[in-house]
Design a protein around this ligand. Structure first.
Ligand SMILES: NC(=O)c1ccc[n+]([C@@H]2O[C@H](COP(=O)([O-])OP(=O)(O)OC[C@H]3O[C@@H](n4cnc5c(N)ncnc54)[C@H](O)[C@@H]3O)[C@@H](O)[C@H]2O)c1
Length: 271
């Protein structure tokens, strides 16, 4: 069987394509024959079909980019992100969720039935269900500007970092927005990676300490490589996964399963 994942000739948008998991995702998609459109604040060295410089903190550059992306768009891979400190809580939320949501919603009219959106959240989202009341209050702010204003007015919800809250919000949004989008035939899912060896990792170590990051490793006992996150994300967005939506896939080396069953006594519990 050729074109096993069904991406040959499909038009896909990848954010964060300049580095780490986004670059690995863009390269994987080039390798499986997709027409890749790369979005990042920095240039990418992946040999993509087209690339746009976009700042996910700025809705005008997002709207301008959306206007220049030709349809149809068959899949969106939302990989761009900030780690929290040294970046501000609000900037972290804007890049990791608010701008990502604005981009995805802008692209939806170009997405035909059978298309898909995959986001990268994080194992740092663990326990997001217990925070649903706050998350839903935030999500009620359904435009870029109202969401930003809510965050500026309610800094406490971001827990001093913005990182884990942004990833919890993605997990919740995938469940709720996914239920709307499937009415248009568009699937929405995310992956929750464990610690991964990318250029972001030194920033995590500096922000919370290597010991805490290491405690989020699953029983697999090591960090993942960017390609080990790119493949599950590509698989989730593949048309072969046509019955899978509103799903959070824990690509965490067994972290959640071991934590939930008491096999892992982690200092790390998300927040
Ligand atoms: N590395 C980890 O351990 C880990 C674990 C779980 C989840 N994640 C998440 O994985 C995703 C990819 O991160 P990574 O580890 O590959 O990091 P990375 O730093 O290598 O890549 C992040 C990318 O986002 C881009 N970006 C940053 N700010 C932007 C902006 N304002 N507008 C547009 N693009 C912007 C960067 O230029 C970069 O290319 C992120 O969402 C991150 O939160 C990372």
């Amino acid at each position: 069987m050729e074109d096993v994942l069904g991406f040959a000739g499909r038009s896909v948008v990848v954010t964060g394509a300049a580095s780490g998991m986004g670059a690995a995702t863009a390269q994987t998609l080039v390798d499986v024959g997709a027409n890749v459109i790369a979005l990042d604040i920095k240039p990418t060295s992946v040999p993509v079909k087209a690339s746009f410089e976009v700042d996910l903190r700025d809705p005008r550059t997002i709207d301008d980019t959306v206007a220049h992306i030709p349809g149809p768009v068959h899949s969106v891979f939302s990989c761009a992100g900030l780690p929290g400190p040294p970046f501000t809580e609000v900037d972290t939320m804007l890049v990791n969720f608010v701008g990502a949501r604005h981009l995805i919603e802008g692209l939806v009219p170009k997405m035909p039935e059978g298309s898909s959106v995959g986001m990268i959240a994080s194992a740092a989202a663990v326990g997001w269900q217990q925070n649903l009341e706050t998350i839903n209050e935030f999500l009620a702010n359904d435009t870029f500007d109202t969401a930003k204003a809510y965050l500026e007015k309610n800094p406490d919800v971001m827990g001093g970092s913005g990182y884990w809250f942004s990833k919890q919000v993605i997990n919740a949004w995938v469940g709720s927005k996914g239920a709307d989008l499937i009415g248009r035939g568009i699937r929405l899912n995310c992956i929750n990676p464990g610690p991964t060896s990318t250029p972001m990792m030194p920033q995590f170590h500096a922000a919370v300490g290597k010991e805490l990051v290491d405690s989020a490793m699953g029983p697999i006992g090591r960090y993942s490589e960017p390609e080990e996150q790119a493949w599950p994300l590509v698989l989730l967005n593949s048309p072969r996964m046509s019955y899978v939506t509103c799903e959070q896939l824990w690509t965490d080396g067994g972290f959640l399963g071991a934590l939930t069953t008491g096999r892992l006594q982690a200092g790390f519990a998300g927040n």
